[in-house]
Design a protein around this ligand. Structure first.
Ligand code: GLY
Length: 464
């Protein structure tokens, strides 16, 4: 995809910058410069600062969104942080009527001894009428956490939209982490056979991975993400200003996916992540945006080539074959990105021992990757006490498998991987996990970084 770079001022003057702006600083009186990454079709990701307040003015036919009703869906952690800022930007524009059920329901819950019941949101109020020349903005809040990615909550959002006479002329806005993004994307994919939606990711994992590429899904009793659709968001706003509300642990969770992306196809991104862990973890304004931009661009390129995951896209699951098995047993004590970090090192070990001629990933490079994950406080060895047999059973459920054959992404060098996941013998997988466990047993217990536990809700963010 081609890349464009723009900077916007409140005066609505549009400045075009020839360079990609990494050295430009963010001015508080003016939304920051932003860059655009095309994904597939008209879907794009904007990366920059101050983006949240720009969104309402861009929900127009000229920007690919023909709608007169908008529904913002968020969760109980994110809405109190950013809901007002987004609504203020809507209110600043003429012609929008805002019907803020999310804030009023949440405020009522705070003042009440009753727990907040999200289902009541669809029956507490009468539909709001507006004229044909006005646009209606509705809000809806779901409980934070993986449990909201389910049939009941999907139905509650749909019933709320139907009660408020939403039709095809509706655009959904998902503001939150992976749970909200996946859920809202799936509602948008099926509501009236498909309506447009916009992603406003607020977690690092959602920015780097889950909001980009149009995978939408809910969980069902048989497993995570088993019911869903490919439905590309019209736009994704990756606003660096929103990262400040994350604890270190939550920030680093998404960085694990960026290290993965660097290792499989972007050597320069890998080198940046390896060289600057302190600055990146401290949200250095230039480096965090460079890292985010490159990781998203890498994902967008893969999605543009293989939207429906015929081959290349499944290589994004490096570290996830083993990582998912660990996550299934260790969540919520270990977060998704932490399990992926362990999985990447174990799968690098698998690749090294496959005896391929094209293999440039030697023990020294695996050591470098291990140190890179560790420099972000991520674990690199199996948690103590897991049984290999149980892990193997979990792995048998991996979506990349064909029949009973386990398939893994094979990284052949730093920043290079094979274009398709490869079959790997069960013995090799089991041995790699055993080695990981043995090495872990020789070291002190891994201790997680300080987290923001408000955001760390049972269930984690199982990748798709
Ligand atoms: N999370 C991997 C993908 O979107 O394909």
């Amino acid at each position: 995809p081609t890349i464009s770079a723009t900077a916007r001022c409140k005066s609505s003057t549009l400045h075009i910058h020839a360079l990609l702006l990494p050295t430009m600083s963010h001015c508080v009186s003016c939304p920051g410069p932003r860059r655009t990454i095309p994904v597939i079709g008209d879907s794009k990701v904007y990366v920059g600062r101050g983006l949240l307040s720009q969104i309402p003015s861009e929900l127009t036919p000229a920007c690919g969104i023909k709608a007169s009703r908008f529904i913002i869906v968020s969760d109980g952690n994110v809405w109190p942080l950013y809901g007002k800022r987004l609504l203020d930007a809507f209110k600043a524009l003429p012609g929008f009527i805002v019907h803020d059920v999310a804030s009023s329901a949440a405020a009522a819950a705070i003042n009440s001894s009753q727990p907040f019941d999200f289902k009541c949101q669809c029956c507490v109020d009468e539909p709001v009428d507006c004229s044909d020349t006005e646009k209606l903005v509705l809000t809806f809040q779901v409980p934070a956490g993986e449990n909201s990615k389910c049939r009941d909550v999907k139905a509650a959002i749909e019933d709320f939209m139907l009660a408020h006479r939403c039709n095809r002329d509706t655009c959904m806005i998902a503001m939150g982490g992976g749970v909200v993004g996946d859920l809202v994307g799936y509602v948008a994919a099926t509501f009236m056979r498909g309506v447009p939606y916009v992603q406003v990711p607020t977690s690092s994992t959602a920015m780097i991975d889950s909001s980009v590429g149009g995978k939408t899904a809910i969980n069902v009793p048989a497993g995570k993400n088993l019911i869903g659709a490919f439905h590309q968001p019209v736009s994704v706003y990756a606003d660096m200003d929103l990262l400040v509300s994350l604890g270190k642990r939550e920030l680093v969770e998404g960085i694990a996916e960026a290290i993965k992306m660097g290792c499989i196809r972007l050597p320069k991104l890998y080198e940046l992540l390896e060289a600057e862990p302190e600055k990146i973890m401290n949200l250095d304004p230039v480096l965090i945006e460079e890292m985010m931009y490159d990781a998203i661009r890498g994902k967008a390129e893969v999605v543009a080539e293989d939207e429906k995951e015929a081959g290349l896209r499944s290589t994004l699951n490096w570290g996830h074959t083993i990582g998912h098995a660990i996550e299934a047993l260790m969540s919520p004590a270990y977060m998704h990105g932490e399990c992926v970090a362990i999985g990447c090192i174990a799968e690098a070990d698998v690749a090294m021992r496959m005896g391929r001629e094209d293999m440039m990933l030697d023990a020294a490079k695996v050591e470098r990757i291990s140190k890179c994950f560790e420099s972000y406080g991520l674990p690199i060895h199996m948690p103590r006490g897991l049984a290999i047999e149980t892990l193997m059973k979990k792995m048998a459920l991996d979506k990349k498998n064909r029949g009973s054959t386990i398939r893994c992404t094979i990284v052949t060098d730093l920043g290079v991987s094979l274009a398709q996941p490869q079959p790997v013998s069960k013995e090799l997988m089991a041995e790699a996990m055993e080695r990981s466990m043995e090495q872990g047993n020789k070291r002190p217990d891994w201790t997680p970084l300080e987290g923001n536990h408000k955001f760390h809700v049972k269930g984690g963010q199982m990748a798709k």
